[in-house]
Design a protein around this ligand. Structure first.
Ligand SMILES: [Cu+2]
Length: 281
């Protein structure tokens, strides 16, 4: 009886399902509101996009990540408190990592090199919280003129005082946040969904929901807030958190950073970290 029981536990603890993904590290420049920005990202295709990959796995599911580094500098695949050593991807090299996350919630993955993390090389892994549909807000801010020195490695830290001029959700900014189905929360009346939020930027952001209060399901940096029901909450630097939204009323409602500087594009309002929740009848 005892051996039967432990065999059963073993089966539960080590399910045999797995997700295999390939990510490409790209570094490139693009024009955003007339400013040239040097960015770095983990992309799902072999073409640069400022939107880093958003991954979703089940709790305990094996995640096999193959990373192809297209940069001429080494990078890392880092998840705070999960993988922080032996995680280097050589310049123009390939490396494979296997990660199993047993606790439901949001995780931030990133390259911990200054020429990675400080110009946007990071994304989200959402674990569990099935069966709810998920949306993702990968937050990032930058000072466009500093990105060039950071990208080359000539600058290894953000110059102070930090004066960010561009603000991103999933590599894009309002009004284009409404063109991205991960950022624009378009749901049906009565739906329950989760929103996975990571702050990979260089300042705190404070999110304000119009029309709804959301339930904080998990938070890496403020775990005591799990279970709180709020319409405004801080998303600290390095934070990874998940909130639950119950779409209980029809209509269109803004969600934005309460620091109004972050709701601009190169000083022009409205822009940046602003999206909408649209609840259809
Ligand atoms: Cu508001």
């Amino acid at each position: 009886m005892r051996s039967f029981y432990s065999a059963f536990l073993l089966f539960v603890a080590f399910p045999s399902f797995a997700l295999d993904v390939t990510l490409y590290i790209h570094k490139d420049s693009s024009e955003v509101y007339g400013r040239i920005v040097h960015g770095c990202a983990f992309n799902t295709t072999d073409t640069y996009s400022s939107k880093s990959a958003l991954l979703r796995v089940g709790t305990g599911e094996v995640l096999n990540v193959t990373i192809i580094n297209r940069d001429t500098l080494e990078h890392t695949f880092t998840i705070d408190d999960v993988i922080s050593t032996g995680n280097v991807i050589a310049p123009n090299g390939t490396a494979m990592f296997t990660v199993t996350l047993n606790a439901a919630g949001s995780y931030r993955y990133y390259s911990d090199r200054s020429y990675g993390a400080l110009i946007g090389a990071g994304g989200i892994i959402l674990v569990g919280h099935q069966p709810y549909p998920a949306f993702y807000w990968n937050l990032f801010d930058l000072n466009s003129s500093a990105t060039h020195g950071l990208a080359s490695g000539q600058l290894v830290a953000i110059p102070t005082p930090y004066e960010p001029d561009l603000f991103f959700m999933n590599g894009t900014h309002f009004p284009f946040t409404l063109d991205d189905p991960d950022t624009y929360v378009d749901v049906q009346m009565g739906d329950t969904v989760v929103i996975s939020i990571v702050n990979g930027g260089n300042m705190e952001h404070v999110f304000h929901f119009h029309g709804f209060h959301v339930r904080i399901l998990d938070s890496k940096m403020q775990p005591e807030r799990a279970g709180w029901i709020k319409d405004t909450f801080p998303v600290k630097m390095g934070e990874a958190m998940t909130v639950m939204l119950v779409a209980g009323q029809v209509g269109t409602y803004p969600v934005h950073d309460h620091f109004l500087i972050a709701v601009t594009n190169a000083g022009l309002y409205p822009g940046g970290m602003l999206t909408l929740i649209n609840v259809n009848q």
